[in-house]
Design a binder for this molecule. Structure first.
Ligand code: PGA
Length: 248
């Protein structure tokens, strides 16, 4: 069975007080073992999360550098993330591809760096609205996924997050049939890239909220969610965890 995952991406939000609210939640959280609940705060809050989260709530980071150390001002290595007890790291988020001109090659290096340190990458892919309108979403996803052909990458030790860029932060998630179609396509692509494709969790991201999560959690090939806005409040995040927990 594929593991279910609910990962909160705080982006450039959140405070030490928020970490404390989630620390309290982590102590009362009950969930099936086959579900991982993860919070990815900004880097400066990782230490506090490490100190205060109960192990039921895992810690993730929002990015890592492709090298393990060196002269890269402002960047953070997977090595340090490991010391901060990060189990997961988001790589290739569309906001990083856009704001920091990250290429597929750079994202591939980040995946390798994370894997080398035993951290599971949450590898984000997704198309722009004009690419969808032009019927090119499949080509875009296939291109982004093609970095997994690098034989050094362990395709068995990663999570894929399908995040249509136009749905992120828009308030309206993609339609059910578009999600099912894209996830089925990604699963088929993974099958040509990895032996254990059926075991790779595929998350959906883009305006997942308490009022649209139950339907989402029941869609074929949707193994979890990568969540921005609705991961900032315990009341919202807990409902997302419950919805995916209920599918197990
Ligand atoms: P959103 O962000 O849930 O606020 O749309 C999702 C993401 O960017 O991962």
């Amino acid at each position: 069975m594929v593991k279910k995952i609910v990962a909160g991406n705080w982006k450039m939000n959140g405070s030490p007080q928020d970490i404390q609210s989630f620390a309290h939640y982590s102590q009362i959280l009950t969930k099936p073992d086959q579900l991982d609940a993860i919070i990815c705060p900004p880097f400066p809050l990782l230490g506090e999360a490490k100190q205060s989260f109960h192990e039921q709530l895992l810690i993730g980071a929002q990015d890592c550098h492709g090298e393990l150390a060196g002269a890269h001002t402002g960047d953070v290595s997977a090595q340090l993330l490991q010391q901060m007890c990060c189990s997961y790291v988001i790589v290739g988020h569309s906001e990083r591809r856009q704001d920091h001109a990250e290429t597929d090659v750079m994202v591939g290096r980040k995946i390798l760096a994370a894997q080398e340190l035993g951290i599971t990458p949450i590898f984000c892919i997704g198309e722009q609205m004009d690419q969808r309108r032009a019927g090119r979403w499949g080509d875009v996803l296939a291109q982004q996924l093609s970095i997994l052909r690098d034989e050094k990458i362990d395709a068995g030790m990663l999570v894929v997050a399908y995040e249509p860029i136009w749905a992120i932060g828009s308030g309206a998630r993609a339609e059910n049939n578009d999600i099912v179609e894209a996830h089925g396509f990604i699963r088929a692509q993974l099958a040509s890239l990895a032996n254990n494709a059926s075991k790779i969790a595929i998350l959906y991201g883009g305006s997942v909220k308490p009022d649209n999560v139950v339907e989402l959690s029941q869609l074929a090939d949707v193994d979890g969610a990568l969540v921005g806005g609705a991961s900032l409040k315990v009341e919202d995040f807990s409902q997302l965890v419950e919805a995916f927990g209920a599918t197990l």
